[in-house]
Design a protein around this ligand. Structure first.
Ligand SMILES: [Zn+2]
Length: 206
């Protein structure tokens, strides 16, 4: 009897393992390849320990949220980012993580480091100044950043505006504290205690 019960338990366990997705497979990333050859530099080995979140839109005519027009715009400015997340939450990959993408510009980290492109992964949310990231985008960003955190010793997850204050204001109208909570990080800048609605006002008044 005992043997039968053990076999039953093993069979049930196997069925559970086979039929129910694990936490890992649930967060499997669906990434669309949009590899570019501009705005980037190939490297053999680099230490990744920073994630920078941006926002971008196509300001050159046509659909402001069109991924291909945004990529064309990047090519004209010789910039890129590793990932761009569309309004529906689709993750596009433009540059392999092992390579450097030119997304940060002149900027510095809280620990004083500059040359941030070399040590960071850049992620752009398609958004505009008068709009906000969609819930789908934030969910995709959360899964992507958690995945990156699981693969590299990430010291900072920061906004472009954190590393280039006065020069950059993106990501626009994003509830940063809510995002940090989702990825299990705490704010490191005092202004993060300001509610995002007030921050939007500050931006509009700027
Ligand atoms: Zn930016």
């Amino acid at each position: 009897m005992n043997l039968n019960r053990n076999i039953q338990i093993i069979i049930i366990s196997l069925l559970l393992v086979l039929n129910f997705p694990t936490a890992k497979s649930q967060s499997k990333l669906n990434i669309v390849d949009k590899t570019v050859s501009f705005g980037m530099r190939t490297t053999q080995l680099r230490n990744i320990n920073v994630v920078i979140v941006h926002s971008v839109y196509n300001a050159s005519g046509g659909d402001i949220y069109d991924i291909d027009l945004i990529i064309q715009q990047f090519s004209r400015y010789h910039v890129s980012s590793h990932y761009v997340i569309g309004r529906e939450g689709t993750i596009y990959q433009l540059v392999k993580e092992k390579n450097v993408s030119f997304h940060a510009g002149q900027s510095s980290l809280p620990d004083g480091r500059t040359g941030i492109n070399s040590c960071s992964i850049g992620i752009e949310l398609i958004d505009s100044i008068g709009d906000s990231p969609t819930e789908e985008q934030i969910q995709a960003l959360t899964i992507l950043v958690k995945d990156i955190q699981s693969r590299y010793p990430i010291k900072y997850v920061l906004r472009h505006s954190d590393i280039a204050p006065g020069r950059k204001t993106d990501p626009w109208n994003m509830d940063w504290n809510d995002f940090l909570e989702r990825i299990g990080e705490k704010p490191i800048f005092p202004e993060d205690s300001i509610p995002s609605s007030d921050k939007n006002m500050m931006f509009l008044n700027h």
